[in-house]
Design a protein around this ligand. Structure first.
Ligand code: RP5
Length: 159
């Protein structure tokens, strides 16, 4: 079974990153969560990025704020797809610093960047990547999207 690695630069990112963990669990996808700081634990970052693909992960979701180097550095080290979550953290000026640090990657080293604090979409995107070669996960995504549609139709009845 495919596994998603959810990592973040600090425990202070967890309230945002929890949305990715929750939706992945809802979609019955194995998740392994860790704190990996690009600046405070660079050796751990290197080890994680170098070995994630040998540890059963299919996708990595990496969230960080401010000078958010974690997603890009993991992408530079790993052959796996990396989804970046810009976090509006205590050291972030207005969120743009987090967004641009993760978004503006050089050619050859992509990070699929979601919206500011958009961890839920990161989880869904990771599931969709896995679902492209796993029919159980694909069906879970189809069901999830049907649920979204049903909620909108239901809400429009109560106006
Ligand atoms: C970043 O610095 C982390 O990803 C976090 O968003 C931010 C603040 O970290 P703490 O000072 O709260 O540990 O590296």
């Amino acid at each position: 079974m495919s596994k998603v690695g959810v990592i973040m630069g600090s425990k202070s990112d967890l309230p945002v990153m929890q949305d990715a963990i929750d939706i992945l669990k809802e979609l019955n996808i194995d998740v392994e969560v860790d704190i990996v700081s690009a600046h405070r634990t660079p050796e751990k970052l290197f080890d994680y990025g170098k070995h994630a693909h040998t540890r059963g992960f299919s996708v990595i979701i990496a969230g960080a704020g401010g000078a958010a180097h974690l997603p890009g550095m993991i992408a530079s080290l790993s052959p796996l797809p990396v989804i970046g979550v810009p976090v509006k953290s205590s050291n972030s000026i207005d969120g743009w610093d987090s967004v641009l640090s993760i978004l503006q990657m050089p050619g050859g080293v992509p990070v699929a960047t979601v919206a500011l604090n958009g961890a839920k979409n990161a989880g869904i995107l990771a599931a969709q990547i896995i679902g492209s070669s796993n029919s159980d996960v694909l069906n879970a995504i189809i069901e999830y999207k049907e649920g979204l549609k049903a909620k909108v139709i239901e809400s429009s009845k109560n106006l």
